[in-house]
Design a binder for this molecule. Structure first.
Ligand code: F6P
Length: 548
């Protein structure tokens, strides 16, 4: 039974990891003044500095050998050409075709993918222009003022993250609201803010069967009909994005109001499809196209750059190095840019839903940790929350620090303060503060020997915490496209290196099935349930008290 861990490069890396576990990053910097030049690279709009990762040139060479032994190039070509690399669902993986800005065309299973994508883009463009210009009218003849996007997971996180990232560029043509949670609190608070005569609902669901989305959509229709009182009016206020035309029709959405996506677009990679419609409605079609262009640039970089300069591949190799070799099983995403505040949540789904699995392509359990736990928040807020643990906790959490050089909004002096925190934190995480420095500092403050002895260990920071720094020119539509595509290809490479089927999500499907069975049991007044004693007890307790 072959396994990645039997590869020569894997075994060499294991030996290097043992050595590196005894090495301190500050010594690597002290012994080599060219680390930044050696371990940083760039593409237009993005500087990628990985010199503060716990590697040296020999580890990097071994990681590159690992990529070669895993045949990343061949797998990458299979993905771009539409081979069915999603083996457990027997599907192609073609989100890259959604942003292919070249004239090249791609035929998969007899379907000209490029022309169906372009036709759908054209439909999105026309619709967006109609709504934004005020030609699309509601049932009382009024123009649209609010868009409510209903969807969950990949049908929500991408558009909402991009909307948040780019709202500085929005004009006041439309407001956009997102509803993803089946907790009625969310939809109720949105419905309070809008007017049925001037609202357009976009129901986004690849399958059009996801219970949370369907419940929210039904609630929205019922709320709308309370005012419109006419089923014909639905056509003017409800559109859908889905692969499932049967279900959208059964729901009552006219076929011409359905924007298509395809089974070769995974939910968490679907921002580039009509799932991105709320972004285009909010910011205009040109901004949406700029997002696609940024991603396309990265696709070209991923396809053509040498391994040593290939940023998504380097990101994946560093993640595998940190997680599977050095044993750091968590990773923080720390944007020093308010616009990117939803990036950690977006990447949590991207990475953990893709590679949070324990068997390889052949279905055999792998002997290494696969995906780390991805988490984070804006760096500045994190500094005043969990950075204490990042600096002095006894777990090491590698982190991606992301900032922009030019702020979206220049408020006197703020940006330099923000960036000084970014630079200071990455430096401190690498260097730490040793006993000698603590002693010198306390002595300078006039502390006695006894006081110093008491405080010394508490004030030592071990440092040696690996970080990657990404400096973006600015956060605009193109850069958002670039950034997301970098992480998408990272996830792809990580999956290939770890031999994980990145494009299915059986763990999520399990949850969907389980909840629907229990939902029916909750409707039944009986207090006998066929579950374990804890689940039975909880359900009974809930049922007995819900009406009180
Ligand atoms: O969150 C899990 C998931 O299966 C995602 O992969 C998908 O993006 C999401 O559910 C929503 O599914 P759908 O778009 O079919 O409603």
């Amino acid at each position: 039974m072959s396994c990645r861990s039997q590869l020569a490069s894997w075994q060499a890396l294991q030996k290097s990891a043992n050595k590196m576990k005894e090495t301190h990053l500050k010594d690597l910097f002290a012994n080599d003044s060219t680390r930044f030049e050696q371990f940083s690279t760039q593409i237009p709009g993005v500087l990628f500095d990985y010199s503060k990762q716990l590697i040296d040139s020999s580890v990097l060479a071994q990681l590159i050998s690992l990529a070669q032994e895993c045949d990343i190039t061949a797998w990458r070509d299979k993905m771009f050409s539409g081979e069915k690399i999603n083996i457990t669902e027997d599907r192609a993986v073609l989100h890259t075709a959604l942003r292919n800005r070249s004239a090249s065309s791609l035929v998969v299973d007899g379907e000209n993918v490029s022309s169906v994508v372009n036709a759908e883009l054209q439909k999105i463009k026309l619709f967006v222009e109609k709504v934004r210009s005020g030609q699309w009218l509601g049932y009382t003849g009024k123009t649209v003022k609010d868009v409510v996007s209903i969807g969950v997971g990949g049908s929500n996180l991408g558009p909402q993250m991009a909307t948040e990232a780019l709202k500085s560029f929005a004009d006041d043509t439309l407001n956009v609201h997102y509803v993803s949670n089946v907790d009625g609190v969310q939809i109720a608070s949105v419905l309070k803010e809008i007017d049925p005569e001037t609202t357009l609902f976009v129901i986004s669901s690849k399958t059009f069967t996801t219970s949370e989305t369907m419940s929210n959509a039904k609630t929205a229709v019922a709320w709308f009909l309370e005012s419109a009182n006419d089923n014909q009016a639905i056509a003017k206020h409800f559109v859908a994005v889905s692969t499932n035309l049967e279900k959208t029709a059964a729901f009552g959405i006219a076929d011409e109001n359905v924007f298509t996506m395809w089974d070769w677009v995974g939910g968490r990679f679907s921002l580039w499809s009509a799932i991105g419609l709320p972004i285009a409605l909010y910011l205009g079609f040109e901004a949406f196209e700029a997002i696609l262009e940024g991603a396309f640039e990265v696709d070209e970089h991923f396809k053509t750059a040498e391994y040593q300069q290939n940023i998504p591949l380097l990101m994946a190799l560093l993640s595998v190095w940190n997680t599977s070799f050095l044993g750091f099983d968590s990773q923080a995403i720390l944007p020093y840019d308010q616009a990117l505040h939803m990036l950690p949540a977006y990447l949590q789904q991207g990475e953990m839903e893709s590679n949070g699995k324990h068997v390889n392509f052949a279905g055999n359990t792998v002997p290494y940790t696969t995906v780390p736990i991805i988490w984070g928040m804006t760096g500045i807020n994190g500094q005043h929350a969990f950075y204490q643990c990042l600096h002095q906790g006894n777990v090491v959490v590698p982190a991606d620090f992301i900032a922009s050089i030019k702020p979206q909004v220049n408020v006197g002096g703020h940006h330099d303060i923000l960036l000084s925190n970014f630079f200071a934190q990455t430096e401190a995480m690498m260097m730490g503060v040793d006993a000698q420095q603590v002693r010198a500092d306390l002595t300078a403050k006039g502390k006695s020997e006894a006081e110093i002895a008491e405080l010394l260990n508490h004030k030592i920071h071990q440092g040696n915490r690996p970080t990657t720094s990404m400096l973006l020119d600015t956060v605009d539509a193109k850069t958002v496209g670039r950034l997301i595509a970098l992480y998408e290809h990272k996830i792809f490479c990580q999956g290939i290196i770890l031999e994980i089927c990145s494009f299915d999500q059986w763990g999520v499907e399990l949850g969907k099935g389980l909840a629907s069975k229990i939902e029916a049991e909750l409707l039944d007044d009986s207090i006998t349930h066929p579950h374990d004693s804890s689940t039975n007890g909880l359900m009974t307790y809930y049922k007995q008290r819900r009406e009180q």
